[in-house]
Design a protein around this ligand. Structure first.
Ligand code: IPM
Ligand code: MG
Length: 358
């Protein structure tokens, strides 16, 4: 039976980069079917809400979701906030689909090794942030405004179960990598962090081969800049993971190239997942053929690895990307003198051709 992929192009540059990712996935020759649906601002315009029931149903009946990006100035002032593309669209989709584990690799692509803004980053970096994605302050109740509107509040909640399942995924990933895991929290202040530490220590006992330590989040932010090479897997809660994953990714100098996977509970070899670039919808450059499709293409590679249990095809896509970069092709965001400037679709073509001939 072919795998079914739900395609959610979304807003801004989302449709352009997703088009290239689908092109590349087709070029792998894999037996897949694609079905597209409205999501985010595009769905507000087309169907009156950021996550229409038909879009959610499509995702639920698919093996994986390939998503572009959501949001833009056009929808920034929508009230209540639950109707915005980010909250009513993306956060709700993550929750509805049970995507509690966000895997955000930050890996140097060899041809771009000098692109890091920090000298410390200009060596091979290969690390992954495992971010808890459906709990904590993003979702805790109650939240809102009090009385006269001058007091606002959110609530951060974590249960033992939520911490256990993300910790297990992180330790499993660490086992397949360099077996080093740093769990990041703010246990000197937060009760949720003290529970986090307690539970992570318990799970760690099941993984004696993984060397594990705890780090406070402010220290981690500093250590990432001071010596990024000390990290392999960083395990952390929703809010800290949002911030640290952007920091960790920029150290490689190529935010426009970084993929991500949001995973549910794994079933044997494969796991349901949503795959999206780490970058946003970049409305300022939408429709100009300037967007870098490589993050979307590399997100599709992660889909093969995690949802289809096909690491070989994932590796083929990754080497086709490296080969296009080695040949000097660059989209505007990573262009420098001596390289060849190409458009979004030319970059997609280049990767697809290299795949077909590999
Ligand atoms: C991310 C984004 C989202 C988040 C926003 C768009 C809601 O920043 O995926 O990192 O905070 O999770
Ligand atoms: Mg973010």
């Amino acid at each position: 039976m072919p795998y079914k992929v739900a395609v959610l192009p979304g807003d801004g540059i989302g449709p352009e980069v997703i088009h290239e990712a689908v092109k590349v996935v087709r070029a792998t020759g894999a037996n897949l079917t694609f079905e597209e649906a409205l999501f985010g601002g595009a769905a507000i315009d087309g169907a009156g809400e950021p996550l229409p029931a038909s879009t959610l149903a499509l995702c639920q009946s698919s093996h994986a979701v390939l998503m572009g990006a959501v949001g833009g100035p056009k929808w920034d002032n929508i009230t209540p906030p639950e109707h915005r593309p980010e909250i009513g669209g993306l956060l709700r989709l993550r929750k509805e689909l049970g995507l509690f584990a966000n895997v955000r690799p930050a890996k140097t692509l060899t041809p771009l090794i000098h692109a890091s803004p920090l000298t410390e980053g200009r060596s091979m970096i290969d690390r992954v942030v495992m971010r808890e994605l459906t709990g904590g302050i993003y979702f805790g109740q109650p939240r809102g405004r009090r009385d006269d509107g001058n007091t606002a509040f959110e609530t951060s909640v974590y249960t033992r179960h939520e911490i256990e399942r993300i910790a297990r995924q992180a330790f499993d990933i660490a086992m397949a990598r360099r077996r080093n895991l740093v769990s990041v929290d703010k246990a000197n202040v937060l009760e949720t962090s003290r529970l986090w530490r307690e539970v992570v220590n318990e799970i760690a006992a099941d993984y004696p081969q993984v060397s594990m330590s705890h780090m406070l989040v402010d220290n981690c932010a500093m250590q990432l800049v001071r010596d990024p090479s000390q990290f392999d897997v960083i395990l952390t809660e929703n809010m800290f993971g949002d911030i640290l994953s952007d920091e960790a990714s920029m150290i490689t100098g190529s935010l426009g190239l970084l993929p991500s996977a949001s995973l549910g509970e794994s079933k044997g070899e494969s796991v349901f997942g949503l795959y999206e670039p780490v970058h946003g919808s970049a409305p300022d450059i939408a429709g100009q053929g300037r967007a870098n499709p490589l993050a979307a293409i590399l997100s599709a590679a992660m889909m093969f690895q995690y949802s289809f249990g096909d690491g070989a095809t994932a590796a083929r896509i990754e080497s086709a990307v490296e080969s296009a970069l080695n040949d000097g092709l660059r989209t505007a965001d990573i262009f420098e003198s001596g390289t060849r400037l190409v458009s979004t679709s030319e970059m997609g073509d280049a990767v697809a051709e290299r795949l077909a001939s590999a």
